[in-house]
Design a protein around this ligand. Structure first.
Ligand SMILES: Cc1ncc(COP(=O)(O)O)c(C=O)c1O
Length: 412
């Protein structure tokens, strides 16, 4: 692979042209703030529009190439446009993709596969998005327990019960959800004590940017069960990434229900709610459906992806390459004596700047990421990163070379 560039600034003129057009008609583009701007300016230094992707690489509309550590916010575990997955998709597409209210045999095959590889999956229900599955999990927990309140932790989707801000949500509905400090079991006990007998479920990411332990997750589960609530893992990021069987397999802690999407199908839109049959049977008492839930194309993508994850060294590569990135970054932190730490698990690492002075922290962080992205390492400044099986040792080395320049400038 070519070395990444050592550019000071990206040329984003085509990107800016698209953005001008977008601002008029695209409600999403015109309301989202840019991922990274230089401090004191509102000019983006991060690409917004993509022209193509292949393997570990992504090209923006100005032709700049990046090693991609966002991977669509995590789904692209095998690399962009993986031919094994695309072949399965194209073969399935030839037979049509929309059949509600009927089903395809792919649905049964994929659900059999999920029940085989995911701990605790007695049944599975296929949907489209992560938010679909976490919202369905909450509905089923409410049916199972006859209670209304939800305790949640992490990002769990955009629907009313999980929204991070109350805007646009009836206060009485928003007030039914509370959060707690994942690292402190007593704060979960406290949340239960505040609403005795009212909590239907605890729905949590097993971890987010940092790390956790089996004992800790087991304690959260046991507190939840002591209070008669349903314990739910949101495995959107950890699923099919920490291990084929996700965090439940990696930590050996089984939830009552678990939700999956993202790496399950290497970027095709499909999700799955899995778990105990007695809780899943609540589906008979409600209606959770979409015209598109039965689409076999995404199911074929999921089966092809899971097949590769099960039968190749893909996840071992992801762990090894992510570990090399973490190791290299730790050395850079030491070499340049930067107030920063490398956090998280190797398949989903992150670099956190830690200077106690917030202004200095923001400046150092900003200079680091501006240089890294200009150099071609697509690292997100505010969200954990992801590594795919299509990354190579050369990609990691090239990224670390760019990060060395970025560290130098960050502290300079
Ligand atoms: C942990 C977690 N849960 C839920 C979701 C929501 O999934 P979706 O964006 O597919 O609705 C996400 C998406 O980023 C996520 O990371």
């Amino acid at each position: 692979m070519d070395a990444l560039r050592a550019a000071d600034r990206l040329s984003l003129s085509t990107d800016n042209d698209w953005m001008r057009r977008a601002r008029r008609v695209d409600a999403r583009a015109s309301t989202r703030r840019d991922i990274l701007t230089e401090i004191g300016t509102d000019a983006t230094v991060y690409p917004r529009f993509v022209s193509r992707m292949k393997g570990a690489h992504l090209w923006d509309t100005d032709g700049n190439r990046y090693v991609d550590y966002m991977l669509g916010y995590g789904p692209v575990i095998l690399g962009h446009a993986d031919e094994r997955v695309n072949e399965a998709v194209i073969a399935e597409l030839a037979h049509g993709n929309c059949m509600a209210p009927l089903w395809s045999s792919r649905q049964i095959e994929l659900n059999e596969l999920l029940c085989e590889v995911l701990p605790g999956a007695e049944q599975a229900y296929l949907m489209k998005t992560g938010s679909d599955t976490t919202t369905a999990a909450v509905r089923l927990a409410r049916i199972h327990t006859g209670r209304s309140r939800v305790i949640r932790w992490g990002y769990n989707g955009w629907h009313d019960w999980a929204a991070g801000s109350p805007n646009g949500i009836p206060p009485e509905s928003y007030a039914l959800t509370s959060t707690f400090d994942h690292s402190d079991p007593d704060s979960l006990r406290q949340a239960f004590a505040t609403y005795p007998g009212e909590v239907a479920c605890v729905l949590i990411m097993p971890f987010e940017e940092g790390t956790t332990t089996t004992a800790h997750l087991a304690e959260l589960k046991s507190i939840t069960h002591e209070h008669g609530a349903v314990f739910i893992f949101d495995e959107m990021r950890s699923g099919f990434r920490m291990a084929v069987g996700g965090a439940q397999e990696y930590f050996g802690v089984q939830a009552d229900l678990a939700t999956f999407s993202k790496a399950m199908a290497n970027g095709y839109p499909i999700s799955a709610l899995c778990g105990r049959r007695d809780i899943m049977s609540g589906l008979a008492l409600t209606r959770i459906s979409s015209t598109f839930y039965a689409s076999p194309v995404e199911m074929a993508a999921a089966m092809a992806t899971i097949d590769v994850l099960r039968h190749t060294d893909a996840l071992a590569r992801v762990w090894r390459l992510g570990g090399a990135l973490q190791h290299g970054l730790r050395r850079l932190i030491a070499d340049y004596e930067v107030a920063a730490e490398v956090v998280g698990y190797a398949p989903m690492p992150f670099l956190r700047f830690t200077d106690a002075d917030p202004q200095r922290r923001d400046e150092v962080r900003n200079r680091f990421y501006v240089t890294a992205v200009a150099g071609g390492a697509l690292l997100h400044p505010d969200h954990q990163w992801f590594v795919s099986a299509a990354h190579t040792d050369d990609d990691i080395q090239a990224t670390l070379d760019v990060c060395r320049v970025a560290m130098e400038r960050a502290v300079g």
